[in-house]
Write a protein that binds this ligand. Structure first.
Ligand SMILES: NC(=O)c1ccc[n+]([C@@H]2O[C@H](COP(=O)([O-])OP(=O)(O)OC[C@H]3O[C@@H](n4cnc5c(N)ncnc54)[C@H](OP(=O)(O)O)[C@@H]3O)[C@@H](O)[C@H]2O)c1
Length: 310
């Protein structure tokens, strides 16, 4: 039987189970995808705990996971442009942690040769989030950009995409990840007390744009540093959006196969690195989300459902 991660009440990681489910059937316009890797995202912790129950009312049993890579297993009626066996990436809300998932074919992007399934699985959420945040503040050659959390899943994409624009990128991080960021061409800055002074020292002429990928006061800091609200983007501090009129462009603003393809092409050409910190088997789903909830690490954590088929 195909497996899927499900929970039947909101709560901690203990509510998660791997259960046998029926294989979904693709309807008109859909692809059935045999999932290879599903990406882990912190928002999924909040969904499981019930923090978003007003947006997505409890509809138990609920699944977990959003972005994934896999192989087309069947085509629904009317689908063109895909064949069984095509490697694809996609976004299946609360349904990616499963052996099989269905998505609209119009939302899927094919995987090019030269990208592995773990890296590809992280593109539709974290990759797109980085793309949207950088597009929002539009950094140019020679400008200085500060990314509040540079080492996280969204951060590692954000800093590299800003760097590719020719900007100098300062990335907030713990000391544990500083050297890894340097390896990506990013200047690490320790987060925590004294950050404002460190940023002023590093950029005495000022910071041109700030991309907040963590929340908890970084937009306030950007305003304090004199950054124009139009050149501040946050994916985590929604109160600051109404307070200051800053931007909040996230993965939903880059939810397109064309952008995902562009991101994958950057990976294939070696211009974009996807650090995958850990891969978990589906059976370790509770431990995987416990690790995600630590809010520490470098890059992405993913769940592997089966070996790369190519
Ligand atoms: N709106 C959207 O479209 C969207 C999309 C994706 C994510 N998000 C949200 O954005 C946030 C980040 O997501 P993510 O996937 O990047 O999370 P993540 O991978 O869990 O981020 C973990 C990172 O946060 C860093 N960190 C811990 N404490 C920090 C602090 N005080 N200051 C700065 N960085 C700190 C850690 O660095 P060290 O290990 O070096 O300590 C670690 O690398 C989450 O709230 C998520 O829900 C929103």
């Amino acid at each position: 039987m195909p497996r899927a991660v499900q929970f039947t009440r909101f709560g901690g990681p203990e509510v998660l189970s791997v259960v046998d489910v029926a294989r979904p059937e693709p309807i008109e316009g859909q692809l059935l995808v045999h999932v290879v890797v599903a990406s882990l995202n912190p928002a999924e912790v909040g969904i499981r705990e019930g923090a978003f129950a007003q947006i997505w009312p409890a509809d138990f049993p609920m699944g977990q996971g959003h972005d994934f890579s896999g192989v087309v297993a069947a085509l629904g009626p009317g689908v063109t442009g895909f064949e069984v066996g095509d490697p694809v990436i996609g976004f299946a809300p609360r349904a990616a942690m499963a052996d099989f998932t269905v998505i609209d074919a119009s939302t899927a992007a094919k995987m090019p040769e030269g990208i592995d399934f773990a890296s590809a699985a992280t593109i539709p959420a974290s990759g797109a989030t980085g793309w949207a945040g950088v597009a929002a503040v539009d950094p140019g050659e020679g400008e200085t950009v500060f990314v509040s959390s540079a080492s996280g899943g969204a951060g590692v994409f954000t800093v590299q995409l800003a760097r590719l624009r020719g900007a100098r990128v300062l990335g907030g991080t713990s000391s544990a990840n500083a050297h890894r960021l340097e390896g990506l061409g990013i200047e690490p800055v320790a987060y925590g007390p004294g950050l404002s002074a460190r940023l002023r020292d590093l950029a005495p002429s000022g910071i041109d744009a700030v991309i907040d990928t963590f929340g908890g006061g970084y937009v306030d800091l950007a305003i304090e540093l004199g950054v124009a609200p139009a050149r501040i983007n946050t994916i985590a501090d929604y109160a600051a959006v109404s307070r200051y009129g800053v931007q909040s462009q996230g993965n939903g603003n880059a939810m397109s196969p064309e952008i995902w393809t562009a991101l994958q092409d950057l990976v294939v050409s070696g211009q974009l690195i996807v650090p995958v910190e850990a891969e978990y088997p589906l059976e370790d789903i509770r431990r995987a989300y416990i690790d995600v909830a630590t809010r520490h690490g470098f890059g992405k954590r993913v769940v592997r459902l089966r070996p790369d088929p190519r």
